[in-house]
Write a protein that binds this ligand. Sequence first.
Ligand SMILES: [Zn+2]
Length: 379
Amino acid sequence: MQVVSADEHELRAELVREFCELVRVDSEPYEEAELADVVEENLLELGFEVERDDAGKKIGGNSGNLIARLPEAQCSREKPILLCAHLDRVPPGKGVKPRLKGDRIVSSGDTVLGADDVAGLVAILAGVRMARRVQSVLPPLEVVITVCEEKGLQGSRHLDYSKLQSKTGFVFDAARPVGVVIYGAPTHVKFEVDVIGRAAHAGINPEDGVSAIQTAAGAITRIPFGWVDDDTTANIGTVTGGEAMNIVCERVHLVGEVRSHDDRVAARVLKQIEDCFAEEARKSGAKAEFEASTLYKSYRIDENSEALRLLRHAIGSVGRNMTLELSNGGTDANQFNANGIESVGLGIGFEQAHSTRESITVEELVAATKLASCLILRS
Ligand SMILES: [Zn+2]
């Protein structure tokens, strides 16, 4: 049995209460305003200056990102750090009814729990509160709470970086235990291909047609799928097209992706995919239009970086071991790194994210909060 002190007992109750309050507020992507209001109020109460940028307008959502900082006059003289979490959660994420099952918080089973990323919000808010109890004057701190992270990091992509001073950032948003640090993540490129053939009657004059489906199939069988090498994956996720059984298919639209920790490999694989479609189109007399867009760029943090130096210390203070891991998914850390803020992702203990089985233990929620507090205090 776990023995906890009275203080610890109170802390656990406080964090569970705060967590449940926040997950009960609906916050699917593009609809984060209500939760943004609640978090903004919390930040103001904690003494932050808070502004909301215009990212919401740019991406068609009802809220921008929150950018908060402790007033400079009230801070000690050190370099600022940035803490980040996101407001949105994947569907089904409305009407979340959290329940405590032993030490574990779960949803009622028909929605996600929203620990991704409410656990990050709680860790930061409660972490500031905890740090304040230890020390009234804190080192400089910036907090960024993003929208639309789950939609290709759109919030952090449209964040107004001119408002930030930090050169070191910590993103509280990884489905790993507290202590795990995501020190690198891949470049993620989306590609779309339109294969355009020629329609004809499939039974009367098929010889006049050029089948876009057959042309696309020729390319699909040749391009790489899955793991291309240890650092690179490729996929085609959707194929749509065709009008009817009796028409030689004129048009097929394909959407796929390439991820790689090595930008040169990503570029090479994309070129290979583009070339396959172009060659097959040439052979059949169809046309292939290929378009690629980079959703976010890779990052890899150096062992001697300030971020890892601070973390080594803070994670030790929480009584955990620091474990460095690479991820094959993107987080807001990708965008921060691309904008000159050296940032890592942090495990905060939620499990089975993006499913109705999502959960988090109170123990991890407590550890994530203590980690935030230690980072804030640089202790
Ligand atoms: Zn997340």
